[in-house]
Design a protein around this ligand. Structure first.
Ligand SMILES: [Zn+2]
Length: 153
């Protein structure tokens, strides 16, 4: 996907993909200590429940915003390209704007998840979330994240 974007002059890099339990634990605890539990839960997953622990996700950034991760990505050329084209490569923007009530997370234009091109295409065309896609298709026994126990690393 990054190569296809690059061919169109769009610079996209993956800044984080797989995270270990220990890394997620440190990250989550950092957010709790700086923002408090309630705000932390809106922006960070508890250790053991981050999609990054599945290895199916990536956080993207671009030179236009000096490779930081943040909502500014959505307004960059790269962010717009990702929103429009990532489904062609099997990815979805996992936490869309304004759908926090469904996904449980605030808008993350930089966080994409691999679901395969079929599901990604439908989710993109119907403008729905992964939660709605799973419900619509009556998909059973799908763990959106893979539970992991502490010390599993
Ligand atoms: Zn992410």
């Amino acid at each position: 996907m990054c190569e296809a974007a690059s061919a169109e002059g769009i610079d996209i890099v993956s800044t984080t993909a797989y995270r270990s339990y220990a890394f997620q634990k440190d990250l989550y605890e950092y957010y709790v200590s700086t923002k408090g539990q309630e705000e932390a839960d809106k922006v960070s997953a508890k250790p053991g429940s981050s999609e990054h622990q599945t290895g199916l996700c990536a956080d993207l950034s671009t030179s236009e915003i000096d490779y930081v991760n943040g909502s500014a990505f959505g307004d960059t050329a790269a962010g717009r390209w990702v929103a429009e084209h990532c489904h062609e490569y099997g990815f979805i923007v996992r936490y869309p704007d304004g759908l926090e009530g469904i996904t449980g997370y605030t808008y993350e234009p930089w966080h994409v998840r691999y679901v395969g091109t079929v599901a990604a295409g439908e989710i993109h065309n119907e403008n729905i979330t992964l939660e709605e896609y799973i419900e619509e298709n009556n998909i059973q026994n799908v763990d959106i994240v893979e539970p992991q126990s502490e010390g599993g690393e």
